[in-house]
Design a protein around this ligand. Structure first.
Ligand code: NZQ
Ligand code: ZN
Length: 390
């Protein structure tokens, strides 16, 4: 178990009747708001009217940055930063999924720089200690951005997708009403759910010593929650219990509680960000394609018992098997979950991805070194894993 500091100042308003608190949270910072949202889902499901209505009733002036892309672009964040500078914005309100919240964080950081450009912060690996405050209204259970210190920003000109981190990026408040995720398409529900699953798996004790049992069991509980409730939410989009379990699992997976004392591996995430940087695919789908292949690649005598434990605790693989046999069953269960239960396409070739860029993607993913984990991955290993996904 490693030393850790736990600090998460985000105030979460969870449930059906919490939006009345939005104006008071915004007004803590001032009455000039930049409202950030995506391609229009919040206009279709009525959330735009709710949020803007509350701001109007409370005398809050707001400006808008609309059209944030899935895999948000640095250029969009820069547009938002320019509005903040011109209008002296006090606080940024993100209403949407991870892409919208991440873009809002990019805006918040860039707005306080001299040139209003987020990319030097992202590409320079700057830990952001100063940013405008961000408040998030979450509509997709997936990334954990509503409660974490990260924003993942893409630069499609250079095929780069990189995480920008910093304490100042943790939202000051998050509103999580599971009903806001009722309108999610089935595909996004599945992709978001697998993203949650993988956030936990990437920090599971496959990447370290399992000496902190409490965290280990919490991690397994969150993964079990995803396995149990995602099929329900896919079948019954308006099942409140299912949506609520997934939404809180999204926040739990990355709010630092579940990685306290563990080793950060993030192998699948490092490999996936290259896929979305080059091919603009949906993040959770890329993770689903990679994860069973990665587990297969790292399976050896040292990892077998931990992978088997994952299978028995999360997927009810029978106990009492020899470790290697159990681990193979566990990997098969993960694979079935991704491709049968969630119904996601299993191969990169089905997403029209071939091996053209694998070499450079593998090099980027390793950032000049190796991806550390239970088995360290050098570029040649990553390339082989991409090949296994074709
Ligand atoms: O743009 P709109 O119209 O809102 O539609 C979105 C988008 O098309 C739609 N959607 C979201 N909520 C909806 C809805 N449609 C109907 N009803 C709703 N309630 O779903 C589509 C995908 O939205 P997006 O925000 O892109 O999805 P997600 O929440 O999965 O975010 C993905 C982004 O977050 C990054 C990913 O890499 C990707 O760029 N990540 C951020 C992390 C973080 N900040 O810590 C960590 C993650 O590992 C991840 O990398
Ligand atoms: Zn993720």
């Amino acid at each position: 178990m490693n030393d850790f500091i736990f600090h998460n100042p985000d105030k979460v308003y969870f449930g059906k009747n919490q939006m009345e608190h939005l104006p008071e949270e915004l007004l803590k910072f001032g009455n000039k708001v930049l409202l950030v949202y995506g391609g229009g889902s919040i206009k279709k499901n009525g959330l735009y009217d709710t949020v803007t209505g509350l701001m109007k009733e409370n005398g809050i002036d707001f400006f808008e940055l609309a059209g944030v892309e899935p895999n948000p672009r640095h250029s969009t964040a820069n547009k938002g930063a320019a509005i903040c500078k011109k209008e002296n914005i006090d606080v940024i309100l993100a209403v949407g999924g991870g892409s919208t919240i991440d873009c809002a964080k990019g805006v918040a950081a860039a707005a306080l720089t001299e040139d209003g450009d987020v990319w030097p912060l992202v590409s320079g690996g700057i830990w952001v200690m100063q940013a405008l405050p961000v408040i998030a209204v979450l509509t997709n259970a997936a990334t954990g951005s509503e409660m974490d210190a990260w924003a993942v920003i893409s630069n499609m000109d250079t095929n780069e997708k990189i995480g920008l981190g910093g304490e100042a990026l943790i939202p000051r408040a998050a509103f999580e009403n599971p009903e806001y995720s009722y309108s999610l398409p089935t595909y996004q529900t599945a992709c978001g759910a697998f993203d949650i699953f993988n956030h936990v798996l990437d920090n599971y004790y496959l990447a370290g010593n399992a000496t902190f049992d409490m965290v280990l069991e919490l991690q397994e509980a969150v993964m079990r929650t995803v396995v149990k409730w995602t099929p329900v939410a896919m079948k019954e989009p308006e099942n409140y219990e299912a949506r609520a379990n997934l939404m809180w699992a999204s926040s739990m997976a990355l709010n630092s509680i579940l990685d306290a004392g563990t080793v950060h591996g993030c192998a699948c995430h490092a490999m996936e960000h290259e896929l979305s940087a080059y091919y603009d695919i949906t993040h959770g789908h890329g993770l689903a394609i990679l994860t069973p292949r990665w587990l297969t690649y790292i399976l050896n005598e040292n990892t077998a018992s931990a992978i088997y434990r994952l299978g028995s605790k999360v997927f009810e693989v029978e106990e009492g098997l020899e470790a290697m046999t159990g681990a193979k069953k566990a990997i098969a269960a993960v694979s079935d979950f991704c491709f049968k239960t969630l119904g996601l396409k299993a191969d990169l070739s089905e997403l029209n991805i071939d091996d053209t860029h694998f070499k450079e993607m593998a090099e980027h993913a390793c950032m000049g070194g190796v991806i550390t984990g239970p088995v360290n991955l050098a570029p040649a290993d990553v390339e082989k894993i991409y090949q296994m996904c074709l």
